[in-house]
Design a protein around this ligand. Sequence first.
Ligand code: SF4
Ligand code: SF4
Length: 248
Amino acid sequence: MIRKIVKIDKEKCDGCGLCVPSCAEGAIRIVDGKAELAADNLCDGLGACLGDCPQDAITIIEREADEFDEEAVHQHLAGNAHAAAPEAHAPHKSHAEAHHGGCPGSRAMSLKPAAPAPDAGEGAPQPSQLGQWPVQLHLVPPTAPYFQNADLLIAADCVPFAYADFHRDLLAGKAVVIGCPKLDDNDFYTKKLTELFRVSSIKSITVVRMEVPCCGGIVAAARQALAACGKEIPFKEVRVSINGEILG
Ligand code: SF4
Ligand code: SF4
């Protein structure tokens, strides 16, 4: 049948993921850093996602498409919910969630870091404390299960290079997003963080930045997002010096 349906311009789409939670049918997913329609019959063609796209990448067109199918939507949403809570079924396995298919490099997954080894001898290897993938603010889906009830670390890109014990002292036990406010679009960061704070039950926010003034942009983006999300979440800023010390 010819009917109205969403069209996503992949040239314009930067994969921010803001459209994903705005679609109650779960019809949009991020694959390889771009939004796409999961299936024609999941899209009702009403365009609830349109206003959430900062790139104007989403339009409604008329084309030949399968009919909208509410039963298929229910099954699809039930499948996503199952994928979002896999710990109950496979407590010790890493798992892919939410966005299936495409390059594993941009597929959301939770990891199970081993506990840091405080008594290991000097020079002993320490386990990574990373509990998720991906980490780039551009790539993380705001609805990813690893953000639920999480203490969130927002780290400027340079911090892990400057601060040697980043994993042990800052990352352990937290979900993380990273970005550079100097090289990237800080308005985008504000919008993405607002959505992340809005749709996820974040317990606390720690922003760790470099001491250089330009790095303050990531703190400003996080503060603006917190003010815009309509929630009260404990917030802390940590500054790291160029020679690798925590300045408070
Ligand atoms: S909201 Fe973001 S992910 Fe969705 S279509 Fe627009 S740019 Fe792409
Ligand atoms: S703003 Fe400067 S210090 Fe901060 S992450 Fe970007 S390049 Fe590094």
